[in-house]
Design a protein around this ligand. Structure first.
Ligand code: SF4
Length: 386
C-alpha cells in the first residue's frame, strides 16, 4: 500500500505514560547525541518556567507512569529539582503513579537528593553507571569513578525500591574479560534491573569524528556478540528475566514506562527534543534548548515536527517495536486492534526472517529466535519496510 493512502486510525486510547526531558548535563560525553546542553546552568530557571507552561497545556491527564529523563535530571540542584517535582505533582498527582522513574548520574547522588526524590514518589532510579572501570570510564568521558559508582548504587537502594543500572559494552579497546567484570560487579550490587547497550558511533558526535580520523576503532563484531551472549547467560543464571533485547529485570521489576513504548500504547512528552505519540499523532519538540525556551516564552508551540500516523504505518511500527520484547507479539491481537490482517501485511518480512532463523512463528504468535535476538534491528527494519 502507498502510505499516502494510509487511512488515519481511529479509536485511540488516551496514553497512561508521560516523559519529561531535562536537557542539562555537566559535560557532553563524546558518544552522546541526545538533546543536551552542557555548562548552561544559566538556562535552568528559564527551563523551569517553560516546562511548567508546557505541562499546564496538558490539562492534568491521568497517567500511570512518569519518566524524568535527559540529559541529567539529577544535575538540578535540590531546591530547583523540588520545584520541578512540585510542578509535576500538580499536573499528574505523583501519589497515584504506578511507576515514577528518574535518570541519574552517580556524581549527583547524595542522601539529601535521594530523600527529596523518595519523598516526591520516585520509586525507580536509572543510574548511568556505564562501567565500573576507571580506564573505560575515562574513555567514555564519564565524570565518575569506580568508587563513586558503587557508593551511588548502594545509597540509592536505601531510598528507592527499584534501582536500575545502564552499562555500555564494546567500548574502544575493551576486552571480554573487562566486560565480564562490569556485569559481575553490577549484578552483585542491590539492583533490580539492568540495561546494557553496545556503544554506537552516532553521526554528529565527537566519537563519530574520532572514528573517522582513525583515533577510535569499533570493536570486532564477534567480541561484541560474545559480550552480549555473556550478559544474557549471566543474567539468566542470576534470576533476571531477559524481557527486551537490551533489558533484564529481577522479580518482575520490568520498566512499565518503556513497556508502553514497545507496546505502542502512546505517551505524552514535554521538554526540548521530547517526542510524544497521542491520539494517532507523533510530535517532536525542537531539539535545541534555546529554541525551545524562546518559542515557549513567545507563546509559540515548541513542536518542530507533527505527523499523523496511518493505520498501516501504526501496525508496522507496533510489530517493529514489539518484536524487541523477548515474549514476542501476537498478530491476531494486533490485527483485531488495527482492523485488518497484519499477517498478510508483514508476510514477506516474516517468511524471510523465519527462513533465516531470525524469527519463530507459532500460530499467530511471533518471537525472535535465539539467533534473531542478535539481529533484532534487522527484523524490525524489515517490518517497517513491509
Ligand atoms: S550524561 Fe548522559 S545525557 Fe549527559 S551527555 Fe553524557 S550520555 Fe549524554
Amino acid at each position: 500500500m502507498d502510505l499516502a493512502d494510509d487511512a488515519p486510525a481511529e479509536g485511540w486510547v488516551m496514553p497512561e505514560a508521560a516523559y519529561i526531558h531535562v536537557p542539562f548535563c555537566r559535560h557532553r560525553c563524546g558518544y552522546c547525541n541526545f538533546s543536551v546542553v552542557a555548562n548552561r546552568d544559566d538556562l535552568i530557571e528559564h527551563f523551569l518556567a517553560a516546562i511548567t507552561q508546557e505541562l499546564n497545556s496538558l490539562q492534568r491527564p491521568r497517567i500511570k507512569t512518569l519518566f524524568l529523563g535527559g540529559g541529567t535530571p539529577t544535575h538540578l540542584h535540590n531546591p530547583i529539582l523540588k520545584r520541578l517535582l512540585e510542578s509535576l505533582d500538580k499536573q499528574f498527582d505523583l501519589s497515584k503513579m504506578a511507576e515514577f522513574s528518574i535518570e541519574a548520574n552517580p556524581e549527583d547522588i547524595s542522601e539529601a537528593k535521594l530523600e527529596l526524590l523518595a519523598d516526591k514518589g520516585v520509586n525507580r532510579i536509572s543510574l548511568g553507571i556505564q562501567s565500573f572501570q576507571t580506564k573505560k570510564l575515562l574513555n567514555l568521558e564519564r565524570g565518575h569513578t569506580h568508587e563513586q559508582a558503587i557508593a551511588a548504587v548502594e545509597l540509592a537502594s536505601q531510598y528507592i525500591p527499584n534501582v536500575s543500572l545502564d552499562l555500555i559494552f564494546a567500548a574502544p579497546g575493551e576486552s571480554l574479560e573487562q566486560w565480564v567484570q562490569d556485569v559481575t560487579i553490577a549484578t552483585e550490587l542491590p539492583i533490580k534491573h539492568l540495561s546494557t547497550y553496545a556503544l554506537t558511533y552516532e553521526k554528529g558526535t565527537q566519537f563519530w569524528n574520532q572514528r573517522l580520523r582513525g583515533e577510535k576503532k569499533e570493536l570486532d563484531e564477534s567480541i561484541e556478540i560474545d559480550m552480549y551472549n555473556f550478559t544474557r547467560q549471566a543474567c539468566r543464571r542470576l534470576g533476571y528475566q531477559h524481557y527486551e533485547v537490551s533489558n533484564f529485570a529481577k522479580n518482575d521489576s520490568r520498566c512499565l514506562h518503556n513497556l508502553a513504548y514497545w507496546k505502542g500504547e502512546g505517551w505524552y512528552a514535554a521538554g526540548p527534543g521530547a517526542a510524544r505519540f497521542v491520539n494517532g499523532f507523533r510530535e517532536v519538540n525542537h531539539r535545541s534548548t534555546s529554541t525551545y525556551l524562546r518559542r515557549i516564552k513567545e507563546g509559540r508551540s515548541p513542536v518542530a515536527e507533527r505527523e499523523q500516523i496511518g493505520v498501516t504505518q501504526y501496525a508496522k511500527e507496533r510489530a517493529a517495536f514489539g518484536i524487541r520484547l523477548i515474549d514476542g507479539i501476537d498478530l491476531r491481537a494486533l490485527s483485531q486492534h488495527v482492523g485488518f490482517d497484519t499477517q498478510n501485511l508483514l508476510k514477506i518480512s516474516i517468511d524471510r526472517s523465519v527462513n533465516e532463523d531470525l524469527l519463530v512463528q507459532q500460530g499467530s504468535h511471533l518471537r525472535l529466535s535465539e539467533r534473531g535476538i542478535l539481529f533484532a534491528d534487522t527484523v524490525a527494519q524489515r517490518f517497517l519496510d513491509s
